[in-house]
Design a protein around this ligand. Structure first.
Ligand code: Q9C
Ligand code: ZN
Length: 305
C-alpha cells in the first residue's frame, strides 16, 4: 500500500497527511448511510497516461518505485516540485490504480450516467506533465478530462483548497477543456508559483483558464459568492461534461488548510453546482481531517440532485 511515513517541511519531518484512512473514512461512512453502488475500478491501458504525462517521467516513477524495498522511502531530486511527496515501494501501483478509478468514473459518464464519484488516492491535481508534487503522481482529473474530451467539451471545476497547478498547465493551451479553480491565495499557500488571477491560458487556450485565489480565513458566505462566479464561467463555456476536482481541505478543521467552511455548506456547494445539470464526474483530491471526511462527502452527495 502507498503509505509514506512522513513528509519533509522546512527541513523538518512531519507525519504524512495523505493517509489511506482518508478514503476508508469516506467509504465506511457512505456505506453506513446506505450507499450501495460502490464499484471496483476496471483496468485501463497505460496509453491514457502517456497522453498526459511524459514517457520518461512515467518510466522514472515506475523504475524507482518498483526498485524500493517495503520500508524504503525515497525523496527524489528529479521530476518533483517539493519535498512533500516521497516515493515508496507501492507508489507506482497506487498511482496507476488511482488513474483506473478516475477513468472508470469517466467511462460511466461517457456511457450516459449523470454522476460518478471516483474516490481516487493518491490525488492528482498537482501532478504536471513531468513532475510529481503535493502528494500527487499522475493527474487523475486531467487524464479523465482528456478521455472525455474525445466525446465533447469538458469543464474542470477545481474546488480543492490548493490550486491545481498540474491540471492548469496540462490544458493551458487548449480551448476544448476549461479549467476553473477556487483556492487559497498562492502567495501564502502551496503550490506558491501558480494560481494567480492573471493566468488566463495561452494561444488557443487563452480565455479557457480561470483562477479565483481567496484570502486565508474565508467563511461560507464569501466562498459561495465566489463559487457562483465560477459556475457562471462553466455555464458560458457550455461543456458536454463537468469534472469536479473535489478537495475537502477547505473545511475549517483541516490540518493543512486555512479556510473556514463548515460541514453543512458542502451540501449547498453541491446544490449550486448541480444547477448546471451536466453529466458530472467527481474526482477526489485532498482533504485531511480524516474523521470528518465521510460526513463531508455525504453532505456533498446529498446536495447533488
Ligand atoms: N506539512 C492536495 O491537497 N503542503 N495536496 C503541505 C504541510 C503540501 C496538498 C505542508 C500540500 C499539498 C492534493
Ligand atoms: Zn489540497
Amino acid at each position: 500500500m502507498h503509505n509514506p511515513p512522513y513528509e519533509i517541511y522546512d527541513g523538518v519531518y512531519e507525519s504524512y497527511a495523505e493517509k489511506p484512512e482518508r478514503i476508508e473514512s469516506i467509504v465506511n461512512y457512505l456505506r453506513e448511510k446506505g450507499f450501495e453502488k460502490l464499484y471496483s475500478p476496471e483496468n485501463f491501458s497505460i496509453d491514457y497516461i502517456y497522453n498526459i504525462h511524459h514517457k520518461e517521467y512515467i518510466r522514472f516513477l515506475q523504475r524507482r518505485s518498483n526498485s524500493l524495498k517495503e520500508d524504503e522511502v525515497l525523496y527524489p531530486s528529479y521530476c518533483i516540485m517539493d519535498t512533500y511527496t516521497p516515493i515508496v515501494a507501492k507508489t507506482y501501483d497506487a498511482a496507476i490504480s488511482s488513474v483506473d478509478v478516475a477513468l472508470s468514473g469517466a467511462k460511466y459518464i461517457k456511457n450516459g450516467e449523470q454522476l460518478a464519484y471516483s474516490l481516487c488516492r493518491p490525488p492528482g491535481h498537482h501532478a504536471d506533465y513531468k513532475t510529481m508534487g503535493g502528494y500527487c503522481y499522475f493527474n487523475n482529473a486531467a487524464i479523465a478530462a482528456n478521455f472525455l474530451s474525445k466525446y465533447g467539451k469538458v469543464a474542470i471545476l477545481d474546488i480543492d483548497f490548493h490550486h491545481g497547478n498540474g491540471t492548469q498547465n496540462i490544458f493551458y493551451e487548449r480551448s476544448d477543456v476549461l479549467y476553473v479553480s477556487i483556492h487559497a491565495d498562492p502567495k501564502f499557500k502551496f503550490p506558491y508559483s501558480s494560481g494567480f488571477e492573471n493566468e488566463k491560458g495561452k494561444g488557443e487556450g487563452l480565455g479557457y483558464n480561470k483562477n479565483y485565489p481567496l484570502p486565508l480565513g474565508i467563511e461560507n458566505g464569501e466562498y459561495i459568492r465566489t463559487l457562483r462566479m465560477a459556475i457562471k464561467d462553466v455555464e458560458k463555456f457550455s461543456p458536454k461534461f463537468l469534472i469536479i476536482s473535489l478537495g475537502f481541505d477547505t473545511y475549517e478543521k483541516d490540518p493543512i488548510g486555512g479556510f473556514r467552511l463548515t460541514i453543512p455548506i458542502y451540501r449547498t456547494i453541491a446544490k449550486d453546482i448541480s444547477s448546471l445539470k451536466l453529466p458530472t464526474l467527481i474526482i477526489q483530491e485532498g482533504g485531511y481531517a480524516v474523521n470528518a471526511l465521510g460526513k463531508i462527502a455525504y453532505e456533498f452527495l446529498q446536495g447533488i440532485s
